[in-house]
Design a protein around this ligand. Structure first.
Ligand SMILES: Nc1ncnc2c1ncn2[C@@H]1O[C@H](COP(=O)(O)OP(=O)(O)OP(=O)(O)O)[C@@H](O)[C@H]1O
Ligand SMILES: Nc1nc2c(ncn2[C@@H]2O[C@H](COP(=O)(O)O)[C@@H](O)[C@H]2O)c(=O)[nH]1
Length: 206
């Protein structure tokens, strides 16, 4: 199905900086809307229900799966996370650009459903820096940080399946790259629409 809005999928190992980059992008570009995921993990720090996540019990999450309410979902770092089908489809149907911050398993599910989704993978500049960002963020226990670093190796091995890879070393540079990808997709999309309109006009199709 061809929708008027774009889907941008941003995946990365935990701590690489995807939430920071996506937040900064949205501050600069109000046409990009976030997708708020559901998760069975508990809120941390200042997180608010409906802002960072919809925090769901395992039973509520099961009910959403049973109702076919997710466009993708996955087990990540010992919890479940998923993207609401309705929230994404309604918005792209209305012409909005939606950005999803999800793990690689979910990203690959999105690509199966939305072949035109733009897939972006964020890498940290080094293992040492990834560890130190998780530690500096100060929101996870030492054991959670170890689990996330352990999972990062498998996650980073998937980067080749994505359309774009951004190395988030200098934040402003990585943000520039992300903005450029979003801009390029919009240009490509409007060129495709123009070409289709020209073909329809040439063939006299209303
Ligand atoms: N380029 C950068 N240089 C230094 N620190 C950074 C950079 N980008 C992000 N950070 C910091 O690294 C930490 C992790 O970033 P962030 O929370 O955005 O990661 P994430 O990939 O969204 O992680 P998660 O998947 O666990 O939500 C934050 O404290 C953030 O401020
Ligand atoms: N497949 C999905 N993965 C998701 C979704 N939302 C977040 N995530 C991934 O979870 C990790 C951990 O997030 P945290 O908030 O606990 O640090 C994150 O790195 C994402 O990759 C989702 O809807 N689907």
């Amino acid at each position: 199905m061809d929708y008027p809005g774009n889907i941008f999928v941003v995946a990365a190992p935990s701590g690489a900086g995807k939430s920071s980059l996506v937040k900064a992008l949205m501050e600069l570009d109000s046409a990009v809307q976030p997708s708020v995921s559901h998760t069975t993990r508990s809120p941390r720090g200042q997180e608010k229900h409906g802002r960072e996540y919809f925090f769901a019990s395992p039973t509520e999450f099961d009910a959403m799966i049973a109702a076919d309410g997710f466009v993708e979902w996955a087990h990540v770092h010992g919890h479940r996370y998923g993207t609401s089908k309705k929230a994404v489809e309604d918005r792209i149907a209305q012409g909005a650009d939606v950005i999803l911050e999800i793990d690689f398993q979910g990203a690959l599910q999105i690509r199966k459903t939305f072949a035109n989704a733009v897939m972006i993978f964020i890498l940290p500049p080094s293992w040492e820096e990834l560890r130190s960002r998780l530690e500096r963020r100060g929101e996870d226990s030492a054991s959670v940080i170890e689990l996330r670093l352990k999972n990062a190796a498998e996650e980073m091995a998937q980067a080749g399946q994505f359309d774009f890879v951004i190395i988030n070393e200098l934040f402003e540079r990585a943000l520039f790259d992300l903005k450029a990808i979003v801009h390029a997709q919009r240009l490509r999309y409007s060129a495709q629409r123009r070409a289709r309109a020209d073909t329809f006009a040439a063939l006299n199709i209303p």
